[in-house]
Design a protein around this ligand. Structure first.
Ligand SMILES: NC(=O)c1ccc[n+]([C@@H]2O[C@H](COP(=O)([O-])OP(=O)(O)OC[C@H]3O[C@@H](n4cnc5c(N)ncnc54)[C@H](O)[C@@H]3O)[C@@H](O)[C@H]2O)c1
Length: 340
């Protein structure tokens, strides 16, 4: 007997992680995907390379639009929802916090309410999951000599972005307790890889090296992040929405702890080796230390033992290899643009 495909509703699937996730899942040939995204500036690559597949549909819509979302839920009838939609750039949240509260709290809350109403009115099977994607930034700064953040660590957000993400995590946990809302939350560390907006550290550094522009680095550059290749993250996401237990939270990381300056130096080393300047000088003279970001967290490290033990997930690409792949991808992409 032919098995029916899982109907997956993905929000924010035109952004960096969502775009990689949709492509990854379509290759599995097991899912029918509806991607709902408002196509903000963060959908730059989606607008350039829209996804086309007979098992896929895109709808441009703000997930806070209750009427439109209600209709979409009733016609698509998802088996699972993966909620990635969010404004995601910390600097933008510092410059315009109200936009982050409106979008990442109010719009997402409206969406959750529509999903709750939909679940109440329809007989939805027991495997229904609302998988919400959160960020390690909800845990705040990891103080010196403290262990990596586990799923039990308290939330201590430092920026309007991380506060907005924390708010929705709290609402979803309360909804699980109060309404038995079928949520599972995953919390991931810093992603990198193809299709990431050039505003973020790794693509910005690559772009600036290619264009011989200064590479800005906040403060002393010693802020430590736990880097994960985006394709490792999307692989973990599939494990979570298929096997995760309702009401549970899973941290996702691959234990690549590096300071921002170390990441920049690694990128420069690859460029100096593979794409040296004609005058043989290192690209390191492009580095410029700039005034630190207010509220900048010094360190995030995630303990991801739970997903490894409970969901048997243990994929981890080599950071250096994934970084090389990412650099090559951006070089190709930027060259393509400039030939036009
Ligand atoms: N990038 C990371 O390192 C990282 C790490 C951990 C968690 N996350 C989380 O993963 C998710 C995706 O991150 P990303 O890096 O792909 O972000 P992104 O900014 O590249 O993409 C977000 C997408 O969501 C869409 N969107 C935002 N608000 C929406 C709304 N109200 N309605 C419909 N669409 C909306 C945008 O148009 C965009 O396409 C976010 O929730 C983010 O908090 C990101």
């Amino acid at each position: 007997m032919k098995r029916s495909r899982t109907r997956l509703l993905i929000t924010g699937g035109a952004g960096f992680i969502g775009y990689n996730l949709v492509n990854y899942l379509l290759k599995k040939n097991k899912y029918n995907i509806l991607n709902i995204d408002k196509l903000s500036y963060a959908g730059y690559y989606y607008k350039k390379y829209p996804i086309v597949s007979k098992n896929y549909k895109f709808v441009k819509c703000d997930i806070g639009n209750k009427n439109k979302i209600r209709k979409l839920l009733n016609t698509f009838k998802p088996n699972k929802i993966i909620n990635l939609a969010a404004e995601s750039h910390v600097d933008n949240s510092i410059n315009n916090p109200s936009e982050f509260i409106k979008n990442n709290v109010i719009s997402i809350f409206n969406f959750i309410e529509e999903v709750r109403n939909y679940l109440q009115k329809n007989k939805v099977n027991d495997n229904f999951i609302f998988h919400h994607i959160s960020t390690d930034e909800v845990y705040g700064d990891l103080e010196k000599n403290r262990n990596a953040f586990s799923e039990q660590s308290p939330y201590r957000p430092s920026s309007p972005y991380s506060a907005s993400k924390s708010s929705i995590d709290h609402i979803l946990r309360a909804y699980f307790r109060t309404y038995n809302f079928p949520v599972v939350i995953s919390i991931c560390s810093n992603n990198f890889g193809p299709f990431q907006n050039v505003e973020k550290l790794i693509p910005l550094t690559i772009n600036n090296i290619i264009h011989e522009k200064n590479i800005p680095i906040y403060g002393n550059g010693k802020q430590i992040r736990d880097w994960i290749y985006v394709l490792d993250h999307v692989d973990a996401l599939e494990r979570v929405f298929k096997k995760g237990i309702m009401g549970e939270t899973y941290n996702i990381s691959t234990n690549n702890k590096l300071s921002n300056i170390e990441v920049i130096k690694k990128i420069i080393k690859i460029f100096d080796r593979d794409f040296p300047r004609s005058n043989k000088e290192s690209y390191s003279n492009l580095i410029r230390y700039v005034k630190d970001r207010p509220g900048h967290d010094n360190k995030y490290i995630l303990n991801s033992n739970k997903i490894k033990k409970k969901l048997n997930w243990n994929l981890s690409s080599s950071f250096n290899k994934s970084l090389e792949l990412t650099i090559k991808w951006y070089i190709k992409e930027i060259n393509k643009n400039e030939k036009k």
